[in-house]
Design a protein around this ligand. Structure first.
Ligand SMILES: [Zn+2]
Length: 187
């Protein structure tokens, strides 16, 4: 339906614990569509509702190689293994760091018909699911690196943001295009 501006690190909504969805209504369906549209426009592989300023427990994941996942009130019910891989976030552009995540997860979620269902995800898809559920709990990937590394990342972020005002990123195909060339993605 529409591409929304993405909230950047510093915007308080990213630190909120999103609230449960009570019922799958038109508003929730529209939110899911906006999440997909905004994620695609910014060339991401996942996006949580907090990132477009809405603190509800809704997120999407699409790594491109398997069916997209809609996460509504998601709960990880199984996790296995651990992998350290570089991670980025659409709310903290140009900042990347290795983060440890489970290699495989099973997540319980509500589908758009309102039924509870489980989805299994491995590797990148599992990483994206864990990253998005963190967003719904107000947690960012920079919270999952050591304190020294976090200080360095935040210093770089402040350098990059120098002179910029506000915490909203207008997503345009051009900006995403430029970033896409680096071959790095975010969620
Ligand atoms: Zn993110």
């Amino acid at each position: 339906m529409s591409v929304r501006p993405i909230h950047l690190l510093g915007s308080p909504v990213l630190r909120e614990r999103a609230v449960e969805v009570e019922e799958i209504d038109d508003e929730v369906r529209a939110l899911v569509e906006d999440l997909f549209d905004t994620m695609k426009a910014d060339r991401g592989i996942g996006l949580a509702a907090n990132q477009i300023g809405i603190a509800r427990r809704v997120a999407v994941v699409d790594t491109g190689d398997e069916p997209p996942i809609v996460l509504i009130n998601p709960v990880i019910v199984e996790h296995e293994g651990s992998v350290v891989e570089e991670e980025g976030c659409l709310s903290i552009p140009d900042i990347f760091a290795p983060v440890k995540r489970a290699r495989r997860v099973v997540v319980e979620t509500t589908d758009l018909e309102g039924n509870r269902t489980t989805v299994e995800a491995v590797d990148l898809r599992a990483r994206a699911v864990q990253h998005e559920i963190d967003h719904l709990d107000g947690i960012l990937f920079i919270d999952r690196v050591g304190p020294m590394k976090r200080q360095l990342l935040l210093a770089k972020w402040r350098r990059l943001r120098k002179g910029e005002k506000g915490y909203l990123k207008e997503v345009s195909p051009q900006t995403a295009e430029t970033r896409g060339e680096t071959g790095r993605s975010g969620y």
